[in-house]
Ligand binder design. Structure first.
Ligand SMILES: NC(=O)C1=CN([C@@H]2O[C@H](COP(=O)(O)OP(=O)(O)OC[C@H]3O[C@@H](n4cnc5c(N)ncnc54)[C@H](OP(=O)(O)O)[C@@H]3O)[C@@H](O)[C@H]2O)C=CC1
Ligand SMILES: C[C@H]1O[C@H](OP(=O)(O)OP(=O)(O)OC[C@H]2O[C@@H](n3cnc4c(=O)[nH]c(N)nc43)[C@H](O)[C@@H]2O)[C@@H](O)[C@@H](O)C1=O
Length: 318
């Protein structure tokens, strides 16, 4: 039974998702949170992870640590996105099992589903067809994590559960233009172009793919929902259930930022999967639902970006 005094280790506690989880747990009176930076403790190091669990013996593990990036980073570094993510998650999950951790929350991604699966994507579509080529390595790593947690539920009866976030955005996001996801990249590009006399902004692909976006505070709330409840199944989609084209997203962000110049599209860059809208009815039926709609989330994120733009430690710009 998880209580406010349970020792909860948040792997990746400084990341966009991990820091939101930490903030919300602290605000809700959880007094025994553990977190370490990758400089203090490399989760790719199996022995270091084993020693950490033997010494610290957490009651709960929330895994928000991973090698994360947008479509270009995934496409350019397939080996790292596969190997690093398998090392991190396998070290954490196995050490948790060996040290009798009662609850483990694993974060996957909507890219685990087949590229051309029917939409909206249901959890049972996992492994029914081939993956999107631009991020299949990251997806295979995530699928391994999901199946590992499922095996532990089946064989050892432990409450290890996997949440599948849709595209996430928000405060403490990554704004580096080479490795970031589309939403923070657009905020930065439109902002810098506005400051440069409303110069034209060049975006990637055709603008026709569709994406669903969940604000990071809602994602953190879904993790705490999974922490405080024993969810009956092993895998749950977490999203808003609403998507839009990348072009529509660009026009919305352009409006929020106040850029008035031209938008150009670089067809040399990949579009990625045409659509990956998730069916979120299972989490809705259990009682979780998102609260922050897209335009408000973009306003919050842009305000945070402006407040922190000169603090490079906070805003990952390179
Ligand atoms: N952002 C998104 O759109 C989506 C994210 N997700 C998933 O959500 C989770 C969190 O993502 P997000 O918050 O965006 O990612 P971030 O990149 O913001 O944070 C990742 C965290 O992982 C930590 N980390 C990475 N490698 C190591 C390592 N070798 N050893 C120790 N710590 C490490 C980093 O620690 P440090 O800061 O100390 O270096 C960082 O805090 C991930 O599992 C990701 O796959 C799923 C779907 C969408
Ligand atoms: C969360 C999810 O995130 C990734 O999948 P993705 O959603 O395809 O990634 P993305 O956000 O980078 O792109 C979404 C769309 O947006 C277009 N796009 C336009 N202009 C820019 C731009 O300037 N930057 C970026 N990054 N994309 C742009 C881009 O061409 C694409 O069509 C994987 O990590 C995947 O594994 C995963 O889990």
């Amino acid at each position: 039974m998880v209580t406010k005094q349970s020792k909860i280790y948040i792997a990746g506690h400084r990341g966009m998702v991990g820091s939101a989880i930490w903030r919300q747990l602290s605000d809700q009176g959880y007094t025994n949170l553990l977190g370490f930076t990758s400089a203090e403790f490399d989760l790719k190091d199996q022995q270091a992870v084993k020693t950490f669990f033997e010494e610290k013996k957490p009651d709960v593990v929330i895994d928000a640590a991973a090698r994360v990036g947008g479509i270009l980073a995934n496409s350019n570094y397939p080996y790292q996105f596969l190997m690093e993510n398998m090392q991190i998650q396998n070290n954490l999950i196995d050490a948790a099992l060996q040290n009798d951790v009662e609850k483990f929350i694993f974060l996957g991604s909507s890219c685990i589903y087949p590229k051309m699966a029917p939409q909206p994507l249901k959890e049972e579509y996992l492994l029914t067809d081939t993956l999107e080529p631009t991020n299949e390595w990251y997806a295979v790593a995530k699928i391994t994590g999901i199946k590992t947690c499922e095996a532990i539920r089946k064989q050892f009866g432990k409450d290890y559960v996997s949440l599948m976030p849709t595209n996430l955005y928000g405060t403490h996001d990554n704004f580096d233009l080479k490795t970031s996801h589309v939403l923070p990249a657009m905020i930065r590009k439109f902002h810098e172009a506005k400051e440069n006399d409303n110069a034209a902004v060049t975006l990637w692909g055709s603008g026709t793919p569709m994406r669903e976006f969940l604000y990071v505070d809602d994602m953190a709330a879904s993790v705490i929902f999974a922490l405080e409840n024993v969810l009956p199944e092993h895998l749950y989609n977490v999203g808003t259930g609403v998507d839009r084209t990348i072009r529509e997203l660009a026009e919305l962000i352009q409006k929020v930022v106040g850029h008035t110049g031209e938008i150009l599209w670089d067809a040399e860059k990949p579009d990625g999967t045409p659509r990956k809208l998730m069916d979120v009815s299972k989490m809705h039926d259990l009682g979780w639902k998102h609260k922050v709609e897209l335009e408000q989330g973009i306003v919050n994120t842009y305000n945070w970006f402006l407040e922190n733009i000169n603090n490079f430690k906070e805003v990952k710009m390179s």
